[in-house]
Write a protein that binds this ligand. Structure first.
Ligand code: CO
Length: 173
């Protein structure tokens, strides 16, 4: 088990649209990989991590949602080859990303989503989500499509975001 290095904004792998994966091809290495992704995400108090954020190029993400108020216990969701099949409503909230530490921007997301994916056992599942899980699903699936949350920011804010990112990038390793 190991904490992986998280790819930072500016790396081209974060702009790649990732391909679906044949579950059988990753099945053997999946338990160890998921443990690494979970540990990596927890080490920086994240709510989710997509495969390209640790340099992998297929559609897989891990989401960790606090189960209690203190956030000590977390429920893990694994999504492989996920697709959003339905959305409903709209909600504006502040969002951040482990690949852009220190950057937080208010963006619009669907309030509810229905996602079809394979789970960690390779079974087809449908997740209907609201709240933090809905937000995390949209954020992580965006990553798998080569999108980053700031893409959704108000265009008027983009010059300021660019300036702040330049400053922040100096603090990343
Ligand atoms: Co992110």
């Amino acid at each position: 088990m190991a904490i992986r290095k998280i790819v930072k904004y500016g790396d081209p792998v974060l702009r790649k649209k990732l391909k679906p994966v044949d579950f059988k091809k990753i099945e053997a290495e999946l338990p160890a990989l998921l443990k690494d992704m979970e540990e990596t995400c927890l080490s920086v108090n994240g709510a989710g991590l997509a495969a390209n954020q640790i340099g992998l190029d297929y559609r897989l993400a891990v989401i960790l949602i606090p189960e209690d108020e203190k956030g000590e216990k977390k429920k893990r969701f694994v999504i492989i080859n996920p697709e959003i099949i339905e959305t409903e409503g709209m909600i504006t909230d502040e969002e951040g990303c482990l690949s852009l530490p220190g950057m937080f921007v208010e963006i619009d997301r669907a309030e509810k989503v229905k996602v079809r994916a394979l789970n960690e056992r390779g079974l087809a599942v449908e997740l209907c989500a609201t709240g933090l899980l809905a937000k995390a699903l949209q954020h992580e699936i965006d990553h798998l499509d080569g999108k980053i949350f700031i893409d959704h920011a108000d265009p008027r804010l983009k010059p300021q975001i660019k300036k702040e990112l330049k400053k922040l990038a100096k603090t990343w390793n």
